[in-house]
Ligand binder design. Sequence first.
Ligand SMILES: [Zn+2]
Length: 350
Amino acid sequence: MKPESVIKKILCFGLAVAATVALGACAMPAPENANDLTSGSESFVEDGSPTEDRSPTKARKYVIISGNPVNVRSGAGSSYAKIGRTSRGKKFALLGTENDSAGKKWYKIEYTSSQTGWVMASLAYIEGEGNPPTKKKSNGKVAYLTFDDGPSANTVRILDILDKYDVKATFFVIYHRNMKSRYKEIVKRGHTIALHSYSHNYSKIYKSEKAYFADLKKIHDYIEDVTGVDSKIVRFPGGSSNTVSNKYSKGIMKKLTRSVEDKGYYFHDWNVDSTDASGRNRKASLLLAKVQAGAGRKKTINVLMHDTGKSKKTTVEALPSIIQYLRKQGYRFEALTEDSVVIQHKRNKS
Ligand SMILES: [Zn+2]
């Protein structure tokens, strides 16, 4: 008997014991790429022997959604119909694992008491295994300082200020010629390098989903090539709520906010705008005032600033006072990671 059929048998027995809705899993043909079912490490009833008396709950493993809202699909792959959406910290019984045609791993979960579905494994973890959340974000205030459109002539000055105050931040970069050393410096000093756009040309990137992802891949690959970082953290040019994109393809942001997560990226907007993009070298005191007003009593803030050379010198000027103010208000500074709190302008509806 082939190993996968043995495991499938055990699987079916385990699920029958569990007496749940999972019969679908047993009737399912073996996945084309069934590494996960045959590897053993992921099989969740491997300790089962037919005579052993086990409670169904003990035989089960649970999948916890670790980060961003996750689409639940009717099959293992983002091309399957979306049957729901679920958020950080939710827990579901694990019914199986499978790789999709692109080689990405998916978990089959008991989505509701009468419904099963699939979530991308990179957006979840199995309880007690892998990467459980290491820190509770519920205590304390967090500030994510973010700099868009760099690197630029200001990058090193910004990095020096961040070092001086021992602050880690995030740089949503675009492609610039002859800036390789600055991309590297951002990473070397311990900040997050994240993806904004290769061309930052709205008419090009928002023409179609295909065009957007071609541009995103270009900047992703460029950054990976230069810095070695395989970044999954994204900010849409103009933010996810921009309406300019409608000019090039109506309703594209609604599609992109969904598909970008399906492809395993995490997108971040902002909830505090320094307004440094609303003009050239707006007064540093004005930028500080905007950050103060924007932060208000918010617990988690994602502060939008820009790293764009000549026209944003005042951003550099304002930065020390912005850091000092926020620190005094009790914020701790963190660079964005795949585990960070996500600030998004628009959550797409199911
Ligand atoms: Zn931008």
